[in-house]
Design a protein around this ligand. Structure first.
Ligand SMILES: [Zn+2]
Ligand SMILES: [Zn+2]
Length: 177
């Protein structure tokens, strides 16, 4: 059997240095090799013209139905504005104990909140969202530890409070699963 990998798919332009960091984060936290794949999927069918946003549930389903056989997990990153019906926007979404997750930089940008652009901060936020969403695919639930990357985040400030790592308790749960 071929080695199982976590596949990181990126749609749209992401700086190579940022992608490299995400790959390193995933490998460090989940101890599984990562394959980086550039994608040019047409996601226009997931655009909701009334909300001017993309339907994250449908997008996640689409990613989930297009994973390779060697992909243990697939995480896809985007630049578009994502929503689910009950929320104004989301940073990311994943199937609990599933195979796939998605994340977007759109709502992570300082500019969305009237602040000056900050590339480094933006990349850090995205890296945290990716590690967080992957955690859900591995069966991790939201963690009460304020520093843990599995803590839930409603606002970008919440993401900034977290560290870019799983706490010991979450790491232990991963090892047991
Ligand atoms: Zn979550
Ligand atoms: Zn935790």
């Amino acid at each position: 059997m071929a080695t199982q990998k976590i596949v990181l798919r990126y749609n749209g332009h992401f700086e190579q240095s940022c992608l490299d960091k995400i790959v390193a984060d995933i490998q460090r936290e989940y101890k599984i090799p990562v394959e980086l794949i550039e994608c040019h999927s047409d996601i226009s069918i997931f655009f909701d013209p009334a909300r001017r946003q993309y339907d994250a549930n449908k997008l996640l389903e689409f990613i989930d139905s297009n994973t390779g056989p060697y992909a243990l997990k697939t995480i896809a990153i985007f630049r578009v504005d994502l929503y689910i019906p009950i929320l104004t926007y989301i940073f990311g979404q994943a199937a609990y104990k599933g195979k796939s997750g998605i994340a977007s930089v759109y709502r992570l940008k300082n500019e969305q909140y009237g602040l000056k652009p900050d590339e480094k901060l933006l990349h850090e936020r995205l890296r945290k969202v990716v590690v967080h969403e992957l955690g859900h695919t591995f069966g991790l639930i939201h963690c009460p530890n304020p520093e843990c990357v599995m803590r839930s985040s409603t606002y970008v400030e919440d993401i900034d409070q977290k560290k870019l790592m799983l706490c010991r308790k979450c790491k232990n749960e991963l090892a047991l699963s």
